[in-house]
Design a protein around this ligand. Structure first.
Ligand SMILES: *Cc1c(COP(=O)(O)O)cnc(C)c1O
Ligand code: SF4
Length: 274
């Protein structure tokens, strides 16, 4: 963050504003239907073939646009009750071939906790891939330490780490080094960003995000329209503007630097392209 700049794009992501308290029609507590999709303690089964584990409710930052800002973590974190039930659910469903560790931020869990889970999952023959959605390599790169890398490198599946960076300024030398360590441990690195008014809703910022991420070894994956969660309305960018920005990115960047523009629709089994 640039000291003294109230419009800094990194500050805007974490700064609580009065605007959040204004009730806005169309903005709900559970914006993406997660409560309805819960299959059991900490497991969300709304994506076809994928089981999403709400591994923990803890994060290293509290993002004001977060789609789970009202999620009942205390009742739902899979690690809280031990992993046994979670692992049974996945074992009993051969339709699941990928486990997604989510949260909260799954890498806010101690490495030995993660290892407990993946040791148990490694006995399940129908699992083919593991994915981790985390902001920690960006907001706390020190978390990418030797024990975490040893854990990662020893996993029996190909691993994808989706880091969530919304602005090029989130990358610096220590983040680059953390990304390099992750790639060294064999992970594929992707980025999922949210289109946020006042943070990255201009063509320059979006192109720089793709280019800067790639420089750190991270490929753009999704550019997400905001989930309409209560308290986040001031971040919303309308669809017409989103499409216009996305088209401008496609016109300017190499194809592999253009993320998919998507939104989450409650009840869908995958993201919906705009
Ligand atoms: C969309 C999403 C997923 C899974 O969907 P994919 O289309 O398979 O990537 C997992 N975690 C988060 C945070 C998501 O937004
Ligand atoms: S790190 Fe992710 S889960 Fe945590 S507050 Fe930010 S957006 Fe939400």
């Amino acid at each position: 963050m640039r000291p003294g700049d109230p419009h800094d794009p990194l500050l805007r992501q974490v700064l609580p504003l009065d605007a959040e308290m204004r009730p806005m029609p169309g903005f709900a507590l559970d914006a993406v239907g997660d409560t309805a999709a819960k299959a059991g303690d900490g497991v969300i089964r709304k994506y076809r073939g994928r089981a999403l584990l709400v591994a923990t409710g803890s994060c290293a930052v509290h993002c004001r646009y977060c789609f789970r800002r009202h999620f009942p973590y205390a009742e739902e974190a899979a690690a809280a009750a031990g992993w046994r039930h979670t692992v049974e659910l996945i074992r009993d469903d051969p339709g699941i071939d990928e486990v997604i560790l989510s949260g909260g931020d799954p890498w806010s869990l101690a490495t030995h906790k993660l290892a407990e889970l993946t040791d148990a999952l490694s006995a399940i023959a129908h699992l083919k891939r593991l994915r981790v959605h985390t902001r920690l390599p960006v907001v706390l790169p020190e978390r990418v330490d030797a024990p975490l890398l040893d854990w990662l490198a020893a996993l029996p599946w190909p691993v994808t780490v989706v880091v969530h960076a919304n602005h090029a300024n989130e990358f610096d030398a220590s983040v680059d080094a953390a990304m390099a360590r992750l790639r060294g441990a064999g992970a594929t690195l992707l980025n999922q960003a949210v289109l946020l008014r006042g943070v990255n809703d201009d063509i320059q910022a979006l192109c720089e995000l793709s280019e800067r991420g790639f420089q750190a070894g991270v490929l753009p994956y999704y550019l997400h329209q905001l989930d309409r969660v209560q308290g986040a309305a001031h971040f919303e960018v309308d669809d017409a503007r989103a499409r216009q920005l996305h088209a401008a990115m496609a016109a300017r960047l190499s194809g592999y630097l253009v993320p998919k523009l998507v939104r989450e629709v409650a009840g869908d089994t995958g993201k919906r392209p705009l």
